[in-house]
Design a protein around this ligand. Structure first.
Ligand SMILES: [Zn+2]
Length: 661
């Protein structure tokens, strides 16, 4: 462990333009430096490096962070490796620190020894595959029969565990690994009868499972004899370093391609992944069989929001795709589906394809989930009106679950085309679904969540699109957050609205002011990522951390999406703004602004945001009122509506103008 002091020294001495400049040619542009981004296929310089903030940021692929992050991403260094690299560059001596508790260091040692054992086992299995007669005759010839090249076999470190019952276990124990560790790693098991240890993977070819930073955390073993008893595939059971729900096979080898292509292909088996790699498609991972767990979806969505399910064209393949779709959609992923020609799986099909043919097929045959679902289920429903109605309603439910109103509008349009129904009618259905959800929650916390996710503008596809407003709302949220992270700790003088005669206001910090305003208004940010940053910021701001420490915290945040968002907020003076927003521009860039201006601008920013949210809600209630409801419901809506209108005019007055109609 590098001591905290040393880390602080390293971070304060590191010059971002010099660290990045080792790998990327940078040119000065104003206060910043720019260069070609190494994280995507960049043609014009999209990467900005800010010496003032100590960070880099690409405005195309969203890569960004501090010096340490750059080395971790670009050079695939671990966190301590990156620190040591910078320390060496600037000649800073490293002071080590033993600050872990005994339990922590015991667990760390245990994890380290599991990694070491897995590494030893992987090498053993590779040697068995290539360097023993049995391995070559059985294991290697199996892989060759399947058509895998040596380079692929070596890259994925495929191996072979020999047929003797305890050949590996005996050898490993000779090397000093304990029976206990072998069992814990899932490499050996104890026989119920004899009480002796035997190889868990004996007689199997081995597929090592890498975690996302490339360390081997477990293994999958496939039996080769056709008449063998037991499971065709066995896997490492969950342990200290391996959690089945969190790992996707092939992710480590796919992650760069996933980022670059901004899409991931999801297949079923190990060999599907290998064959697609050989056919030139590297952004591919395999799930563990059943429906995708939330942890795996989260891992994927840190790298891309686009997922394409690749499945056999048979009934089982179709059902597998349908099962995953719902959950992926609610997590905000864009789902596409590719069905392969009859009788093919990704493995067999990739092998038949010549160079780039597979890519072309996947590209040409990917359909969005709505088209896919309607196509396959329409066949079942035929012309039966009841079945068709329930199909429509099931598709609308999927659409209602989408977190983004713009995407909802897009799919309603698509749905209308495919069903040959009017958009208007489908919108009515969609509103009903959303309304149902709005009224369902029981706890205030739940209510807030649902409101944040599901308040939609169903009208956005009818004559006057309001897509721009949604865009502006997102911009408004980012503005507000940018203001917080850049100026949150500045103090302003707040005039209380309740006491108009007061001559002196209260001095308070900007972040406190924003926080209070939102709390009294019961507003929370709408975009889940924005909300996450806002809430975490609010929590940190209540501690004694300085603004710089908070910035440091976010820049090295473990959640990549949060990290990228934060860096974008810090660099809001770079060119990401639409012309339209510029016209309304209110946020402060110039740190030397007078306090008075800052004060006005903060209040304006908060109030504008409140107005956006109120308008959204008001529009929705207006739509609701156009529909038929029992009298009781109508009067409830009207009461709510009048309250909102009253509140709106109060805020508009404070702003001194009407911002939106
Ligand atoms: Zn980039």
């Amino acid at each position: 462990m590098i001591s905290k002091q040393t880390i602080d020294e390293i971070l304060s001495v590191a010059k971002i333009e010099e660290v990045v400049g080792e790998f990327v040619q940078l040119k000065r542009r104003g206060q910043n430096w720019v260069g070609l981004c190494p994280f995507h296929n960049d043609r014009t310089p999209s990467m900005y490096v800010s010496p003032r903030l100590g960070i880099y940021k690409c405005f195309v692929c969203d890569a960004g962070g501090d010096s340490v992050r750059f080395l971790m991403e670009h050079e695939k260094m671990s966190y301590p490796e990156a620190l040591r690299h910078i320390a060496a560059k600037y000649g800073i001596p490293i002071v080590e620190d033993e600050k872990q508790t005994p339990e922590e260091s015991a667990e760390q040692r245990e994890r380290d020894s599991l990694f070491a054992l897995n590494e030893y086992a992987a090498n053993y299995f590779v040697n068995q595959l290539f360097d023993t007669e049995e391995g070559r005759d059985i294991g290697l010839s199996y892989f060759k029969e399947r058509g895998f090249k040596d380079t692929t076999i070596r890259k994925f470190r495929l191996g072979y565990n020999p047929s003797g019952w305890n050949q590996f276990t005996t050898e490993a124990m000779k090397q000093g690994y304990s029976g206990e560790a072998l069992q814990q790693a899932g490499l050996a098991r104890k026989s119920d009868k004899s009480g002796k240890l035997y190889d868990f993977y004996h007689d199997r070819v081995i597929f090592p499972i890498h975690n996302k930073s490339g360390k081997i955390v477990g293994f999958g073993g496939r039996v080769l004899q056709k008449d063998a008893k037991g499971m065709k595939y066995v896997n490492t059971p969950d342990n200290l370093i391996y959690h089945k729900r969190e790992n996707l096979y092939g992710f480590y080898f796919a992650k760069n391609a996933i980022k670059k292509e901004d899409n991931v292909f999801l297949v079923e088996g190990y060999t599907d992944v290998l064959s697609m790699h050989e056919a030139g498609v590297e952004n591919v991972v395999a799930a563990s069989g059943t429906a995708l767990p939330d942890e795996q979806i989260k891992l994927i969505s840190l790298y891309t929001k686009n997922i394409t399910l690749v499945n056999d064209g048979d009934k089982a393949g179709i059902n597998a795709s349908l099962k995953d779709i719902g959950n992926l959609l609610t997590k905000g992923l864009n789902v596409k589906v590719v069905l392969l020609p009859d009788g093919e799986d990704p493995d067999s099909f990739a092998k038949k394809c010549r160079d780039s043919e597979l890519q072309a097929y996947l590209h040409d045959n990917a359909t969005d989930f709505i088209t896919f679902k309607i196509k396959v289920l329409s066949e079942d429903a035929g012309n039966d009106p009841m079945k068709r109605a329930s199909l429509v309603s099931s598709v609308i439910q999927d659409i209602a679950a989408l977190p983004d109103p713009i995407v909802q509008a897009f799919y309603i349009k698509k749905c209308a085309e495919l069903f040959e129904l009017s958009e208007e009618m489908l919108n009515v259905q969609l509103r009903k679904q959303v309304w149902k959800k709005l009224n369902k929650p029981t706890t205030p916390e739940e209510a807030q969540n649902v409101e944040a996710v599901n308040v939609v503008e169903p009208q956005s596809v009818s004559p006057q699109p309001k897509v721009d407003d949604d865009d502006t709302l997102q911009v408004a949220e980012e503005k507000l957050l940018a203001l917080l992270v850049q100026f949150g700790m500045y103090e302003i003088n707040v005039q209380s609205t309740a006491d108009e005669n007061a001559t002196q206001g209260t001095v308070m910090r900007i972040d406190q002011y924003v926080y209070d305003e939102f709390e009294t208004e019961e507003i929370t940010l709408q975009n889940p990522l924005n909300r996450a940053v806002y809430e975490e910021y609010a929590e940190l701001a209540q501690t004694a951390l300085s603004q710089e420490q908070i910035i440091r915290h976010f820049i090295s945040h473990p959640d990549e999406a949060v990290r990228n968002m934060f860096v974008r907020l810090l660099m809001q003076d770079a060119p990401t703004y639409s012309e339209r927003w510029k016209a309304l521009d209110i946020v402060i860039r110039d740190v030397n602004n007078s306090q008075r201006r800052l004060q006005e601008e903060v209040a304006n920013c908060v109030n504008r945001y409140k107005l956006y949210r109120l308008d959204q809600y008001i529009h929705m209630l207006q739509d609701e009122l156009k529909e038929e409801h029992p009298d009781e419901v109508v009067s409830q809506i009207v009461v709510k509506y009048q309250k909102l209108i009253a509140r709106r005019s109060e805020i508009a007055q404070m702003l001194g103008q009407v911002v939106l109609k």
